[in-house]
Design a binder for this molecule. Structure first.
Ligand code: AHR
Length: 500
């Protein structure tokens, strides 16, 4: 058996993990909202029309923050369409995804849903067709207590208390020609600056996210990020990153796909370097952080659907075991970047490229990617540690040699918990992981849970919802706080320890 050696020292701390890296995303897109989280008349719907079965699954994922309402959608969205009596709300042609938007759900309903789902909102404002003034109005509507036009309107519509939405995205993917009213970096920088000023004057406690590059393949990357940050560095708190992966991207092999974490890691390092550059150039003392607010595996192509329909079933990827392994590897990178990435959103949450999949009027299931996300979001708490890893390399076409085992280790001192997450990319052989945890003193292994299987393309379906799910491994013996653990071939592993 091949061997990977990992020495963990509890003092080698990367940083405290901001739990908001386990965020997700709900966009007015396809069936994410309608027949996803909201379906009046569904047998599991509550008095608001929210699907309770979906809320239970969201709670199981333990998602601390959800980005809303888009995505590409937000760049053509007038947020005032979604407030007031539902019967009077306009139906619109929605141009980002060629759909009909009924506006039955708006910010008030989403605030209600978020409470029920135990999550915060990361709101996005429209900097496509929208104006800085409209963005400021939305902050006032959501966060100002009372006594002004917009705050009193919120109260009139039944929400006495402000929502106190802390995080606001200044538009979405404004570097993309597909975006409604796409801008150059310079024009976006100027517009976003004016929006940021108004929004922070209305509520100085909010945090702002500037649009970074839509992905690392954009022709304007990473120049876009530099220009935008030179305009906005002192006014914003985060720059966004987005990246989706799929098998076969750029002619890559399955090995390349498994090694997607290498690409994500490089992308994060590049943007962190741009941040450092602009920090120095602007003579600033603050270090901006990253909001990786769209990431996932995504296959199905975008924006191709006519005729006009309400909530068409688009971008409904059915994820395989292989996709789940890749998601696990990407999550390790996010944890290992705890010093740079303070928020991240798995895009998206329900039906649209999502871990939760629903039938209109029917069942809801956990997709394969549900499991690594759930494990990491529930257990990778406290601080991220920097383990010293010696692992064989494997060859990829796109990224050169990649580590066969991708890992992250977390230490939650308050809860006496150490967690090791490991993706074994070896497709032919199990891997022995020799884990040295002696720095913790007394430690005992609690569980080793693995996600693997003979068929990498197996999926969960409504008729076979538990086809792919984690299984428990036999626990290895403790040899003076060192362990030899078997990571099965092509597998995702969570190994938990207690220091109590
Ligand atoms: O998440 C789906 C889409 O991907 C979002 O609307 C957009 O921001 C990105 O291109």
């Amino acid at each position: 058996m091949k061997n990977t050696k990992c020495i963990v020292d509890k003092n080698y701390v990367i940083d405290k993990i901001d739990n908001r890296i386990y965020g997700s995303f709900i966009e007015h897109l396809g069936r994410a909202v309608y027949t996803g989280i909201y379906e009046p008349g569904h047998p599991a719907a509550d008095e608001y029309g929210f699907r309770k079965d979906v809320i239970e699954l969201v709670k199981e994922l333990n998602v601390p923050i959800v980005r809303y309402p888009g995505g590409n959608f937000v760049s053509g969205y007038n947020w005032t369409d979604g407030i007031g009596p539902k019967a009077e709300r306009p139906r619109r042609l929605e141009l980002a995804w060629y759909s009909i938007e009924t506006n039955e759900m708006g910010i008030d309903e989403f605030a209600d849903w978020s409470k029920k789902a135990n999550t915060e909102i990361m709101a996005a404002v429209n900097l496509g067709t929208g104006t800085p003034q409209e963005a400021g109005n939305m902050v006032e509507y959501c966060n100002h207590p009372s006594g002004t036009y917009w705050s009193d309107l919120r109260r009139k519509y039944g929400h006495n208390d402000p929502y106190n939405i802390k995080v606001w995205c200044l538009g979405n993917e404004m570097d993309g020609p597909w975006q409604i009213c796409h801008l150059s970096a310079d024009d976006y920088g100027k517009k976003a600056l004016e929006a940021a000023k108004i929004m922070k004057w209305v509520d100085p406690t909010i945090e702002l996210v500037a649009c970074g590059s839509s992905n690392s393949k954009m022709p304007t990357y990473p120049e876009w990020d530099r220009v935008v940050l030179e305009h906005l560095y002192d006014k914003v708190d985060y720059i966004s990153m987005h990246r989706y992966y799929y098998e076969g991207e750029n002619g890559g092999t399955t090995e390349d796909f498994l090694a997607s974490f290498v690409d994500m890691d490089r992308f994060i390092h590049t943007i962190a370097s741009v941040i450092d550059y602009v920090k120095a150039k602007n003579r600033s003392s603050k270090t901006l952080k990253i909001s990786f607010d769209e990431w996932n595996v995504w296959y199905q192509n975008k924006r191709t659907r006519y005729p006009w329909e309400i909530a068409p079933p688009i971008l409904e990827d059915n994820y395989s075991l292989l996709d789940a392994l890749v998601v696990g590897g990407l999550m390790c990178t996010l944890v290992n970047s705890a010093d740079k990435v303070k928020m991240a959103c798995l895009a998206q949450l329900v039906n649209v490229i999502a871990p939760i999949f629903t039938e209109k009027g029917g069942r809801s299931i956990r997709q394969t990617i549900f499991y690594p996300f759930k494990q990491v979001s529930n257990y990778a708490r406290g601080v991220a540690l920097k383990p010293i890893i010696t692992t064989p390399k494997f060859e990829t076409a796109l990224y050169g040699d990649a580590p066969t085992v991708q890992m992250s280790v977390t230490f939650d001192e308050e809860n006496d918990s150490v967690c090791v997450f490991a993706l074994n990319c070896d497709r032919n052989e199990d891997m022995q992981l020799s884990l040295d945890l002696r720095s913790f003193g007394n430690i005992k292994i609690v569980e080793h849970v693995v996600l693997d299987g003979e068929d990498l393309y197996a999926t969960n379906t409504f008729d076979n919802p538990e086809n792919i799910k984690p299984r428990n491994m036999e626990l290895p013996k403790d040899d003076n706080n060192t362990y030899d653990i078997c990571l099965p071939k092509t597998s995702w592993n969570m190994i938990r320890f207690s220091t109590r």
